[in-house]
Ligand binder design. Structure first.
Ligand code: GLP
Length: 261
């Protein structure tokens, strides 16, 4: 695993965007796995800037998002489809038909999940997967205890996740209690994985994921078994790590993975 510790969330966002931009330039029809949440917003802004100012071309890029709230349609302002349109897709030259987010309103959610898995396979698998992390170590909506080999499915959200995500909704009662989510097994099949985290509220989860034992109780720790994973974190999120990790010399250097453990 590579660990890149950035001085703040701006540097984290630039470093992660550089990694994605480099991969897109190398493979224009790349399959990206994308994430939602507060953490990737500035990284997406940087990718938008690169598209506008540095000719970063998304015209052939294909995307699959990690998850979606069950019961929310794509035009609900708290749905992850809406989030992706607002924070990335509407501002870059991507073909919307190439962007995929699970349908939270699917008549048959189990069939929706199965079809999503098949579509990812048909696209050749995910080349690079972006992840955030929940305060309890969850990735996508794989809550603690989710099996390592789990696939895209309907999941129950924990009380902690509902409370953490309530800040985006009018009230905690409006937060859906279930979601559709890629499984840990689906995520671990991506060829490359980049997990980003900022803020002290993620410090425990980051320390357990990187330096603790690999356990289904901390889903992000399962990434330890993957051959090509980079954690890009800011110093607050890194504050409970015991080992020392170097800072990137410059955001650009981060794309080469300048510091490893
Ligand atoms: C949600 C998403 C996760 C995301 C997490 C952290 O639970 N399903 O994919 O990583 O929130 O979000 P934030 O970046 O807002 O802390």
């Amino acid at each position: 695993m590579k660990v890149i510790v950035c001085k703040d969330s701006d540097e984290m966002s630039r470093a992660a965007a550089q990694i994605f931009a480099q991969r897109i330039r190398k493979k224009p029809n790349i399959v990206l796995g994308l994430a939602t949440g507060g953490t990737p917003v500035k990284m997406y802004k940087e990718l938008i800037r690169m598209c506008k100012e540095e000719n970063l071309d998304f015209s052939k890029v294909i995307t699959y998002n990690l998850d979606e709230y069950l019961g929310l349609s794509g035009d609900h302002d708290q749905s992850y489809r809406y989030f992706m349109n607002e924070n990335l897709f509407n501002h870059i030259n991507i073909n919307k038909a190439n962007t995929h987010v699970l349908n939270g309103k699917a008549k048959d959610p189990a069939a929706e999940c199965k079809a999503y898995e098949e579509a990812i396979k048909k696209a050749g698998g995910i080349d690079i997967q972006l992840l955030g992390i929940g305060g309890n170590g969850h990735i996508a909506f794989n809550e603690p205890g989710s099996p390592k080999n789990s696939r895209t499915r309907i999941v129950d959200l924990t009380e902690k996740t509902i409370q953490d995500n309530a800040r985006f909704f009018a009230s905690v009662n409006d937060v859906p209690k279930q979601a559709l989510s890629m499984g840990n097994g689906t995520i671990l099949e991506a060829k490359e994985i980049v997990l980003i985290a900022d803020k002290a509220s993620k410090a425990d989860a980051i320390a357990k994921s990187i330096e603790g034992p690999a356990t289904e109780q901390v889903p992000a720790s399962l990434l330890q078994s993957h051959k090509n994973v980079t954690f890009v974190v800011d110093k607050d999120a890194a504050s409970k790590l015991k080992k020392k990790y170097e800072a990137p010399k410059a955001a650009k250097a981060a794309s080469k993975g300048c510091c490893c453990c």
